[in-house]
Design a protein around this ligand. Structure first.
Ligand code: AMP
Ligand code: ZN
Length: 477
């Protein structure tokens, strides 16, 4: 299989040809949300761009298996964390248990993802579901001499590694000072960069969730969960691991340290990091009081897909500044674009100019293959709309590109119109019928991956397909 994706790899600090371990297959891992509050639109920028990466890989023909964790326990990395425990703080704020908080904000996260047309990963695993795996890995690290007990906690010994800083080019000093300004010193550590694998004693004493372990009742540290959850579902070798740039150090650095110490070989080949969304005051974060969420955007009358377009207009490796003016511009561009595409006559297959179709498809793929140049990919849409070719060709291209962009390019306008007329169900129905037809065509062409993808897309929208003797039927999930 031809490898058509070139992507920046944080590990080598270069744009590289993406070559997965197994031909045609991609093992992909994403650090999921910490579910103590709503995701802010900065977090969601990372998930939108990771969704773009996943869909680009699928578009290029790779069989992707993507795994995501949910941090419902284990968000502490050492006793140097200051302030209050985030999950406990959330529970106190809302007079709920930690598990109730986790469930509520996990559901809220996936509702946001649905609004933003972000596909749910193939596997989503909460940290509380993998305690035996964490204990097993920590026991093994102890046996191999990479971990030690001190003051009741189990720490990873970073001095045992030849190159702890593989992922970051910074000097030790810079990293230790610059990354977190809310850390005290943890006196139980042998080395400054050591981190907790398992807590039994902590200044955050009143933990609700604790488990039996060989070291006493306790709970896992933050980093161990991603190593264990990814290995549980993807095995010992991973192709690509994603997150926001703030994950590079210490989280991903520590994931590599413990995973490779445990495995005894290289673990993940490509590291994909999305730069931050900033507001005028700097990096968007939840600790700053009020923060921007998808619900807030909706309450102000913004279509969440406009925020998706806003993100796609910029490269994932550049910081992006958010403002409502900029979002308004994206909104105007979105309305114009879907209206333009909505006015195209779909036509039939014979009316599609196959040569033009292939040429634009190649340009689109080339843009994405160039380190996910999403703004260039959007330009290809404008170019093809201007070109002198049949509506059917343009429509087919818009539909094809939307497999990656997920902006509902061909359906949004009709749905908006119908909604304006109070006819939501009819619009939805026509969308479903269109997707059923598309799936039929994919099956006929033996493109079963695409057929499954369509089924999954509908499921994301709450629609289940049933293949019956009388043909395909649909119902609400
Ligand atoms: P968290 O829920 O804090 O674990 O963060 C979820 C994801 O959002 C991680 O991949 C972070 O790296 C990412 N992230 C955090 N802040 C921002 C931001 N301002 N812009 C983009 N991504 C962010
Ligand atoms: Zn992680």
């Amino acid at each position: 299989m031809e490898n058509r994706l070139r992507i920046y790899n944080t590990l080598t600090r270069k744009v590289e040809q993406f070559i997965p371990n197994a031909e045609g297959k991609v093992a992909m891992y994403t650090c999921g949300p910490t579910v103590y509050h709503f995701a802010h639109i900065g977090n969601l920028r990372s998930y939108i761009m990771e969704d773009l990466l996943e869909k680009t890989l699928r578009y290029m023909g790779y069989d992707v298996k993507r795994v995501m964790n949910i941090t419902d326990v284990g968000h502490l990395s050492s006793d140097a964390d200051t302030g209050e425990d985030k999950m406990l703080k959330g529970a106190k704020r809302e007079h709920k248990t930690v598990m109730e908080i986790a469930k509520f904000y996990t559901d809220a996260f996936f509702a946001d993802c649905k609004d933003l047309n972000i596909k749910t990963p193939d596997v989503v695993e909460p940290a509380t579901g993998c305690i035996p795996e964490f204990i097993h890995m920590i026991e093994s690290l102890m046996e191999k001499g990479f971990a030690y007990e001190s003051g009741g906690n189990i720490y990873f010994d970073t001095s045992k590694l030849r190159d702890y800083y593989v992922l970051s080019n910074h000097s030790e000093e810079e990293l230790l000072v610059g990354v977190r300004d809310d850390v005290d010193e943890d006196e139980n550590k042998r080395n400054k960069t050591d981190f907790v694998l398992w807590f039994t004693k902590s200044k955050f004493e009143d933990q609700e969730l604790k488990w039996e372990s060989p070291w006493g009742m306790g709970y896992p540290g933050w980093h161990i969960e991603c190593s264990c959850i990814s290995m549980k579902h993807l095995g010992e070798y991973m192709d690509i691991h994603c997150g926001g740039v703030d994950n590079i150090f210490p989280h991903h650095t520590n994931e590599i340290a413990q995973s490779e110490a445990y495995l005894g070989h290289k673990w993940c080949n490509y590291w994909f990091h999305v730069h931050h969304l900033n507001d005028k005051a700097g990096k968007m974060s939840k600790s700053k009081g009020e923060f921007l969420t998808v619900s807030l955007l909706k309450s102000k009358g913004y279509d969440p897909r406009v925020y998706r377009l806003f993100c796609l207009q910029s490269h994932y490796r550049k910081p992006l500044e958010f403002s409502f003016d900029a979002l308004d511009n994206a909104g105007a561009a979105y309305d114009k674009l879907v209206k333009r595409i909505g006015s195209l006559q779909k036509g039939n297959e014979k009316e599609v100019d196959q040569e033009k179709f292939a040429a634009y498809k190649a340009r689109f793929e080339e843009a994405l293959g160039d380190d996910l140049n999403s703004s260039m990919a959007l330009t290809v849409i404008y170019d093809m709309l201007k070109d002198d070719m049949s509506d059917a060709t343009k429509y087919a291209l818009a539909e094809d590109f939307d497999r990656v962009l997920s902006l509902d390019l061909t359906t949004a306008y009709a749905a908006k119109e119908a909604e304006a007329n109070g006819d939501v169900d009819a619009a939805m129905e026509s969308y479903i019928l269109e997707k059923i037809e598309e799936r039929k065509a994919a099956k006929k062409a033996k493109d079963f991956a695409r057929a499954d993808e369509i089924r999954a897309e509908l499921l994301e929208k709450g629609i289940v397909l049933e293949d019956t003797r009388e043909g395909v039927k649909w119902k609400r999930a």
